[in-house]
Design a protein around this ligand. Structure first.
Ligand SMILES: CC(C)(COP(=O)(O)OP(=O)(O)OC[C@H]1O[C@@H](n2cnc3c(N)ncnc32)[C@H](O)[C@@H]1OP(=O)(O)O)[C@@H](O)C(=O)NCCC(=O)NCCS
Length: 440
């Protein structure tokens, strides 16, 4: 049977997702959301389906949740007023009763939603076991600026071992915004604080936190990638950021600084936001990392697999000369790579011809989705720098497809006879590459 454009698109899409599936299996993700997310039934049901899918892919999941609107509703029912200072609720004894009530009801509701398994629904066949418990030891926040926060607490310790044991057993762990003290008291905690501490304690690979509005730059455009240092500075300045966004940013940045590999702020109102962020190349949220997401650096032996994946399609269509793994491994010291979020998206090599005081720029490649962003030029620049360091006087390149690119980079077309003599002997006349040279 012939394939259709639709089926082809599906297969292509599925193949694009495959590397992420491999990469995420067995990893630990903490997903955190406020009570607002749970309050919107329809949207939350979809989110639960996504959680189910992530669990089915073998991702170890810890869900951390808050309950602000649910607590508000309880307080209203009791004709009590909320008091917030520094964005944190002051929990007195009466409010604490409302907090316990809200947390208890929410836990049952969350467990019920995660237990669904209706046929003909995305949850069909799902058998999620949910583990919830007293994983958080808390202490009172105390008196700040003369205000006693009473039963509002902060995380003192996370029982990471207990959480890991449940994850090892294949269960999804549910951690509420409630902590217990060794004296048996109950504390109401900020869910963002719980999420940060849980993610650090279980050494999560990712912390995903939902928020109402994502951080944006001065021109209103999404800040899609930030280092933890940049994010923390932004959160502290909080210029233009809504307070809940600043708070979320601060907690996820701290988690990253304390060792969580990646944090992602996700827009709560976008359906499938977690899937879009995790399984598409450009994502949808703000990603916070310890180091810049993108790095131009000398290649290491571990990069050989990534370089091969990048250049094989270009070898197959004749753009680049074939190099096998052994050759690449032996020549890896000549290479530089550009890495984007752990994936090699660009490479280039400089081969030195010391007698001729020249260097060949070879195997220059940028992954299709990353072209026209200056990566090629940066790779060329770093090779030229290397050449200067070795006191070479010129660089040259042989190309069949990128003649104009080299011209635009200041190269001049030349003759095979202009190449170093040992390189002339290796020249492949059948391939007929054009020669470009540049004085440096
Ligand atoms: C050549 C290559 C490395 C350029 O990488 P890149 O990161 O897209 O390049 P830059 O962003 O620095 O430069 C982009 C500019 O070059 C132009 N350009 C890109 N590839 C080109 C090509 N093959 N021929 C002519 N111009 C090209 C773009 O149109 C763009 O021009 P603009 O700024 O006027 O819009 C990339 O296209 C590639 O990997 N090609 C396949 C492999 C190859 O041919 N390698 C060279 C042989 S060693």
């Amino acid at each position: 049977m012939a394939t259709t454009p639709k089926s082809d698109a599906f297969v292509t899409w599925f193949r694009q997702v495959a590397p992420y599936i491999h990469a995420f299996r067995g990893r630990t993700f903490v997903i955190a959301f406020g009570g607002e997310a749970v309050a919107e039934r329809g949207r939350f049901a979809q989110f639960v389906h996504d959680v189910n899918l992530l669990a089915a892919l073998g991702i170890r999941l810890v869900l951390v949740h808050g309950a602000r609107p649910q607590i508000e509703a309880q307080l209203k029912g009791r004709k009590l007023r909320s008091r917030f200072v520094r964005g944190l609720r002051i929990t007195d004894a009466e409010s604490l009763a409302a907090v316990k009530q809200a947390a208890g009801v929410l836990r049952v509701e969350l467990e019920a939603m995660l237990s669904q398994g209706l046929p003909n629904s995305p949850m069909a066949g799902a058998q999620i076991r949910v583990a919830s418990g007293n994983y958080i030891t808390a202490r009172p926040l105390g008196v700040l600026d003369g205000v006693d926060f009473q039963f509002t607490g902060q995380v003192r310790r996370v029982d990471a071992q207990a959480i890991s044991r449940r994850l090892d057993a294949g269960e999804v762990v549910l951690v509420p915004h409630i902590g217990y003290s060794p004296t048996g008291e109950v504390f109401n905690l900020a869910w963002e604080d719980v999420a940060e501490n849980v993610a650090v304690a279980v050494k999560a690979d990712k912390l995903l936190m939902f928020c109402e509005r994502l951080p944006a730059g001065a021109d209103g455009s999404l800040l899609a990638e930030l280092t933890a240092k940049e994010a923390l500075a932004l959160a502290k300045r909080s210029a233009g950021l809504p307070p809940p966004t600043a708070r979320a940013l601060e907690h996820v940045s701290r988690a990253v600084i304390s060792g969580v590999q990646r944090a992602h702020l996700l827009p709560r109102k976008v359906l499938g936001a977690a899937l879009l962020e995790l399984f598409t190349h450009s994502g949808i949220g703000s990603m916070i990392t310890a180091d810049p997401v993108e790095q131009l650096r000398p290649a290491e032996i571990e990069d050989v697999g990534g370089i091969l994946a990048l250049i094989e399609p270009l070898e197959a269509d004749g753009t680049l000369v074939k190099r096998n793994r052994d050759l690449l491994e032996s020549e890896i010291a000549n290479f530089h790579v550009i890495e984007h979020d752990g994936v090699i998206v660009g490479c280039a090599a400089l081969y030195r011809f010391a007698n001729d005081r020249s260097g060949e720029l070879a195997c220059l490649a940028v992954a299709p989705g990353y072209r026209d962003s200056g990566y090629g030029e940066r790779l060329l620049k770093v090779c030229e720098e290397q050449a200067r360091k070795h006191r070479l006087k010129r660089v040259f390149a042989l190309t069949t497809r990128a003649a104009h690119w080299f011209l635009s980079q200041g190269f001049k077309a030349g003759d095979v006879s202009a190449l170093p003599s040992d390189r002339q002997q290796l020249y492949n006349w059948k391939r007929g590459s054009k020669v470009f040279l540049k004085r440096i």
